[in-house]
Design a protein around this ligand. Sequence first.
Ligand code: ZN
Length: 282
Amino acid sequence: MDNVSAHSPELNPLLEQFTPSAKNALKRAVLVKEETQDLNKSTTTADNRKKQKMDDMSSGSDSDYAKYWIDWFLETKGNEYYCEIDEEYILDRFNLTGLNVEVQQYYAEALDMITDNLDEERFDEKARDQIERAARHLYGLIHARFVITTRGLAKMLDKYKKAEFGRCPRVLCNMQSLLPVGLSDIPVTKTVKLYCPRCEDIYNPKSSRHASIDGAYFGTSFPHMLFQVHPNYLPTKSTERYEPRIFGFKIHQIAEQHRWQDRAREEYQQKLLKAKEQEQEK
Ligand SMILES: [Zn+2]
């Protein structure tokens, strides 16, 4: 715990809500970080890079390449659920502790790609593809951590207010805005689902592009953390329930009628039987 709090005060309030195993995982992550610190080579400051980028753009290079990698990634179709991770967050290496274990191949290059520091000329096409894939995976993993920080929650809340994650398909939820949620925090286990805070149920995303996103890029805690921090956005629970009816009668009323009819028939038959017996006795 001391180890962790010494590194990032931002994580402390969140740590209180973590399970002991999650705390241990974080501590482990910190240790891993200390062991692999020299792996992270220093990057130029954000300002320098922005200046560099502006120079690139004015030199009239291909627009795809002139864009920041993150901007390009966020604008790619199917990536609408992601928010923009603050550059400062990515550049603070503490926030990335342990992720080099998740992205074993081309970790440093993927990070350079995300932060627009990669000299792509150094790699052949195949390697560039692999770095690209590693960069997408790394962005997702950082995203899962970022969205439960104060800044990340605020960015995702904005998207929620605009219903960018879609609306609950349940009629009685009255177009309630949804939030992405993971069913596992372990990558490549379950795809992302959409959580409705009104009916407290989860749904599959409508688009297949969204439906194939890794749920671990959002995490199991994210929507619940959001309403802990912003309880005023929690909708009132829906108590309204749909009642199945046949010709206007509730199904259970009909079942009750059927049971009454059965009972009446049985009683009538017994009455008849008794009457017959009494007749025979006479
Ligand atoms: Zn709902």
